[in-house]
Design a protein around this ligand. Structure first.
Ligand code: ADP
Ligand code: ZN
Length: 204
């Protein structure tokens, strides 16, 4: 299966991505996780991307396209993959189309006014797991035991920029994939398991 996850920041893409990849045994390719890992390791890519990401702006298309093209060429992607956080612009979607064809574009929708609450309460683990102070509280990660942290771009100003980038650049992808005939809208305003059940019904 070749799956793209769409949805605003805070819609729950990362959480659902982890569950989908466990159930269907797919590599979870999150451009946000890859970029944050590069920032932690201080690579040239991380140094280039850090300021952009912290401000909540988008990293240049050619940079993320190269990351994804590289990643999808690895052996574990031969029979399927799940992309989380990519594509985020029409240019990225067209680039992806030129070397791979997605079979499902799952768009997780959520009322705008809930996004801020979800993002500002978010706590992250380096392994990619995410938690929430009210809906999924935990002092350390259930999966790997590490201490949770608040993402540098989960502050009010960066979140406002991320939502703007979403509206301007990413929301048009919903029409793009509807025209391609692979769009599936999923109501994300429910529990983690409730949303996952709907996604499973689509993919089963
Ligand atoms: P969220 O969906 O919560 O905003 P992500 O972890 O997917 O978070 O991405 C965090 C940041 O990484 C984005 O705000 C952006 O700066 C950068 N980024 C991730 N994926 C892409 C992409 N496909 N194109 C451009 N920038 C990206
Ligand atoms: Zn962890």
């Amino acid at each position: 299966m070749k799956i793209i996850l769409l949805g605003a920041p805070g819609a729950g893409k990362g959480t659902q991505a982890t569950k989908i990849c466990e159930k269907y045994n797919l590599p979870h390719i999150s451009t946000g996780d890859i970029l944050r890992d590069n920032i932690r390791r201080g690579t040239p890519l991380g140094q280039q991307a850090k300021a952009i990401i912290d401000r909540g702006e988008l990293v240049p298309d050619e940079v993320v396209v190269a990351i994804v093209k590289d990643r999808l060429s690895l052996d574990d992607c031969k029979s399927g993959w799940l992309l989380d956080g990519f594509p985020r612009t029409i240019a990225q979607a067209k680039a992806l189309d030129s070397f791979e064809k997605a079979e499902y574009a799952i768009n997780i929708t959520i009322p705008f006014e809930k996004l801020l609450y979800r993002i500002t309460g978010r706590r992250m683990c380096e392994c990619g797991e995410s938690y929430h102070v009210s809906t999924h509280p935990s002092p350390t990660c259930d999966k790997c035991g590490k201490t949770l942290y608040i993402r540098a771009d989960d502050n009010e100003e960066s979140v406002a920029n991320r939502l703007k980038a979403y509206e301007q650049s990413t929301a048009p992808l919903v029409d793009y994939y509807a025209e391609a005939g692979i769009l599936k809208n999923v109501d994300g305003d429910s529990t983690v398991d409730g949303v996952f059940e709907i996604i499973s019904e689509i993919l089963d």
